[in-house]
Design a protein around this ligand. Sequence first.
Ligand code: TXA
Ligand code: MG
Length: 327
Amino acid sequence: MSINQNATSPTMTQKDTEVLQPDDSGLARAAAILRGGGLVAFPTETVYGLGADARNNTAVARIFEAKGRPQFNPLIVHVASLLDAEKIAEFDQTARSLAQAFWPGPLTLVLPLRPDAGISALISAGLPSVAVRVPEHPLAQRLLRAFDGPVAAPSANPSGRISPTTAGHVLAGLSGRIDAVLDGGACGVGVESTIVGLQPEPVLLRAGGLPAEAIEACLGQALAQAKKTDRPNAPGQLDSHYAPRAALRLNATKRRTGEMLLGFGAVDCDLNLSASGDLTEAAANLFRHLHDLDARASGGIAVSPVPDHGLGRAINDRLRRAAAPRD
Ligand code: TXA
Ligand code: MG
């Protein structure tokens, strides 16, 4: 199946986006496109990533072009194993113990870039560090092994929009701008990875799919909170990000006229993140429900309060950014 429905910028070549099935031939095709310098969206346990060969400058530049990212902000490099990650970044004992505890899984580590890493300079955007992650999703693992190299992948959405948790979300945002999407169904975790920097003290750079409490328990110490200077100027760090088209009103206890309500817990609402108040279920539903309500809402979206612990921290972080004033 080919879908080609998006308007493109004048500099962007319109292309058919292939939808690849999650089987041997789909994976072989996806790996071949990556080898040829193309862009393939693929599922991870967090959200769909927009992958390119991390060693190929032109391919990495295409990611920014397809997403409409205004600047060359740093990207996460995805690899199949800790062994492969050690070819790209310098691991000290703390980094190694976090990797051993949580990889594969929804944790990204920002570590010193190895001088012989061999990855495109666009990935670290001139920083001496690099973000690396070993995803757990079986299709991501199979793709990384079939490709046999590092894959740069931001979330597979147009810059500033809601992250995709299904192949349909990817196509709705990027059809015609990328070569293919590998369809692996819905992502299980549903929010992006937790990002920890080691400078060398551990710092929480982004709350995400791995609760900060689990990382702190492994480290035996609290994570420092990121200061503005710890953060590169990247879309994921901007106030307004993950933005639906509809206006969002947070900590709402009931709908106002014309609004739709995104609920949490036992509330009367249009869609519920988790009727039983389960934060894991809520994270998995967050972007899907925002996509769905955004398509239906004409008068704004109200959102129930979500507790601010465990995965609730990542959920609230994404909701605050989605509700922030736009330019
Ligand atoms: O779950 C995820 O992390 C998904 C999936 C596809 O793996 N990827 C993702 O990528 O969320 P992206 O590009 O949307 O977010 C990457 C974040 C950015 O906010 C950027 O600031 C941070 O990673 N980052 C990348 N390299 C960094 C570096 N060297 N230092 C500090 N932060 C970095
Ligand atoms: Mg993103």
